[in-house]
Design a protein around this ligand. Structure first.
Ligand SMILES: Nc1ncnc2c1ncn2[C@@H]1O[C@H](COP(=O)(O)OP(=O)(O)OP(=O)(O)O)[C@@H](O)[C@H]1O
Length: 328
């Protein structure tokens, strides 16, 4: 559905000064997939969407979207896709139903199709109570739903969403995701989206593309990225430092743990599949008479993956602190 090869996009910011918003970006998205683009501010996520939706021409490389070359036929691309950018849905007087129908006419759909498509989306996105309201009167979450409906009126097989949940409270974010998941079930819509919420990408995306300084630095399922780049973090507390030193040796002898370190009476380590390795490790320690006083097993996050790949956090001002999964 999307095929991107060595795509570059350079902007001139001043005389003799350029920004490479995208550098040698290659990836593909299969039909029906939901892929999330993650990256810090200025990484190039929105530029990637703007190039793929035919709004900005790339300066190198090639991209085909829904079978159409974005450089040769950007208008053709736009006719085949839905794009919900940041800050769509200007605060205007137009009623929601007029807006939805106007969108169908702009795409040249027959009247009967417009009526049927709008009716279906109104039900799916629960817009029934909002139809006669002016767009300016809607809340952020309601407007986002209308934006998505607008993107879908022409029934595109492919939808681009630029930060669809930014600015929404957790309740409305969850609600919007229910709608997005519903769209996929109903229409098998292929979706490429950007988000700053790592948990959303983790939970809903089949694949995550991590972008940094205009380059794709990782492309895989969230589970594999976490397993391959981070693994579980384990902290074991003992009564005394000499016990911790002995335990660290046992850890190294009996597991494939990485980064094993001792800090006073505490041992830190990282291990793949910690939930199965740790019980075995506890048995070995127990067998040699070493008692673990406290154990913390920390599930990796996509932020840990980014931290591991770049040495920086995706969340500004963050240092590493995962949420403890199990504390014994
Ligand atoms: N029209 C433009 N002219 C000049 N520079 C631009 C333009 N659009 C984007 N850039 C620059 O390209 C880089 C990538 O920007 P982009 O908006 O794609 O990042 P992003 O990952 O979407 O960031 P954010 O998460 O903050 O939205 C940034 O350095 C940005 O300043």
């Amino acid at each position: 559905m999307i095929s991107v090869k060595e795509l570059g996009c350079r902007f001139r910011v001043r005389r003799n000064e350029h920004v490479d918003a995208l550098k040698d970006v290659s990836f593909s998205v299969a039909e029906g997939e939901l892929v999330a683009l993650l990256g810090p501010n200025g990484a190039g996520k929105s530029t990637a969407l703007r190039v793929l939706t035919g709004l900005v021409p790339p300066t190198s490389g090639s991209a085909s979207v829904a079978g159409i070359d974005v450089v040769a036929d950007p208008t053709g691309v736009r006719r085949r896709i839905g794009f919900v950018g940041q800050g769509n849905g200007a605060a205007h007087e137009q009623r929601v139903d007029d807006e939805l129908h106007a969108q169908g006419r702009a795409y040249g759909l027959p009247r009967a199709d417009i009526r049927a498509n709008v009716a279906e989306l109104v039900e799916l996105l629960e817009l029934g109570d909002l139809l006669t309201r002016p767009v300016r009167s809607l809340s952020g979450g309601q407007r986002r739903r209308v934006d998505i409906a607008l993107g879908l009126v022409p029934r595109p097989p492919l939808l681009f969403l630029d930060e669809p949940t930014t600015g929404l409270d957790p309740h409305h974010r969850a609600h919007l995701w229910e709608h997005v998941d519903g769209l996929r079930r109903t229409f098998n819509t292929t979706i490429l989206l950007t988000t700053h919420y790592l948990e959303e990408a983790d939970e809903h995306a089949e694949r995550v593309l991590v972008i940094d300084h205009g380059r794709v630095i990782a492309d895989d399922t969230a589970a594999r990225l976490k397993r391959d780049h981070v693994g579980h973090r384990v902290t074991l507390d003992f009564d005394a430092a000499d016990e911790a030193v002995r335990a660290a040796k046992t850890v190294e002898d009996t597991t494939t743990a990485r980064d094993v370190g001792v800090d006073g009476a505490t041992v830190h380590l990282r291990v793949d599949g910690g939930d199965t390795v740790v019980p075995l490790l506890l048995r070995s320690l127990d067998a040699e008479g070493t008692t673990v006083r406290r154990l913390v097993l920390t599930e990796p996050t996509l932020n840990d993956v980014f931290l591991e790949l770049t040495g920086r956090s995706l969340r500004e001002g963050d240092r590493y602190h995962g949420e403890p999964e199990v504390t014994v």
